[in-house]
Design a protein around this ligand. Structure first.
Ligand code: ASP
Length: 338
């Protein structure tokens, strides 16, 4: 029997077409994908197309869309071998990260892909991305179990772990990277999957989490930052947790006004999470004197999480835990950190 893959359309450039009068790119009906890529029918797969209720440019993505995707996947888990999600590139890394926390223990692939050019344009990268993503999602071990058992992003011949990837280019076809984790595979003449890098699911049941708490903030430090201007960010009723993109291995400015805003937030019950604004490497709290402040304030160590993974993991963790604490947050869920 051919592997059955659910192809879920969420919108994005991949399914856009230029409005003939204004030239503006607009979302199209999902049928368009089939007209543009008749090759889908030639794959040794049974591809079942489906669309979210209202396809969007992924800049409009909200946690409610992630819940919609989780529901769609849960509804079809028993009847398909894998999932391919067509998604705009702008927030693809956020969606991939969110799904890796919201769907745990699923021993089937969820591969997100998209394109930099609409599929209707001659030089589009969309066709290859879709065809390869579908082929990857259909790959199985000789035992019949799916090869890939995690959330991944496929883009421009590279297969990445979904919660390790970031969009790094607004104009190149090679638009994604995962500096803190090796590629899961490469599509060359053959599609190579790097078995040693893959997650293996050991749970017998899939756990679906639909509850997220989006009261999560983000601040990127820069020399001269005036934290008191961000007072409303550091208000626990607004943000239960704030991710601090610190310098290097977790360093911060050391002046009193800066520390005061953070300590007042923590005293009121706010949670700080430190990640690095460097794209590779990890938080090392004690490495420099300037790295002590956040650790002394009890900031949770975000180690080598991407911004996308840190924010979505917090949304999931705060949405599902009654007594959030550092050790719980730092437990690795889906290979998101070292
Ligand atoms: N704005 C688009 C989106 O993310 C860009 C893209 O798809 O590449 O939906």
């Amino acid at each position: 029997m051919k592997p059955r893959i659910l192809l879920i359309y969420t919108g994005g450039t991949i399914g856009m077409m230029a409005n003939p009068s204004t030239g503006e790119l607009q979302s199209l009906d999902f049928d368009y994908i089939h007209q543009q890529i008749p090759e889908i029918a030639r794959l040794d797969l049974e591809v079942i197309p489906i669309s979210i209720a209202q396809p969007i440019d992924s800049s409009h993505m909200q946690p409610a869309h992630w819940t919609e995707l989780v529901e769609l996947i849960a509804q079809h888990e028993a009847t398909v071998d894998g999932f391919v999600i067509l998604h705009g590139t702008d927030t693809m890394a956020y969606t991939a990260s969110a799904l890796s926390f919201m769907i745990q223990g699923l021993a089937k692939p969820i591969v997100l892909t998209g394109s930099q050019l609409p599929v209707g344009i001659l030089r589009s990268d969309g066709k290859e991305n879709i065809l390869a993503a579908l082929e990857i999602a259909g790959k199985k071990h000789s035992t019949g179990t799916p090869l890939l058992q995690e959330v991944a992003v496929f883009f421009q011949s590279k297969l990445f772990r979904g919660n390790r990837v970031s969009k790094i280019s607004a104009h190149q076809f090679d638009a994604f990277d995962s500096p803190n984790y090796p590629l899961l595979g490469v599509a060359g003449v053959e599609i190579e999957i790097h078995a040693n890098e893959l997650l293996e699911q050991t749970k017998t049941n899939t756990a679906y989490f639909k509850q997220l708490d989006a009261r999560v903030g983000l601040i990127k430090l820069y020399p001269g930052i005036n934290l008191s201007a961000y007072q409303s960010v550091f208000t626990p009723e607004v943000h239960r947790a704030v991710v601090i993109e610190a310098f290097g291995s977790g360093n911060t400015p050391n002046h009193e006004a800066f520390a005061k805003v953070l300590s007042a937030y923590v005293e009121q019950g706010g949670i700080l999470v430190t990640i690095s604004q460097c794209t590779s490497g990890s938080i090392q709290p004690g490495k420099y004197a300037s790295g002590h402040l956040l650790a002394e304030l009890g900031a949770w160590n975000g180690t080598d999480l991407t911004t996308e993974a840190a924010l979505t993991k917090l949304m999931w963790y705060l949405g599902t835990t009654t007594n959030p604490h550092q050790a719980g947050f730092c437990t690795v869920i889906a290979g998101e950190s070292a």
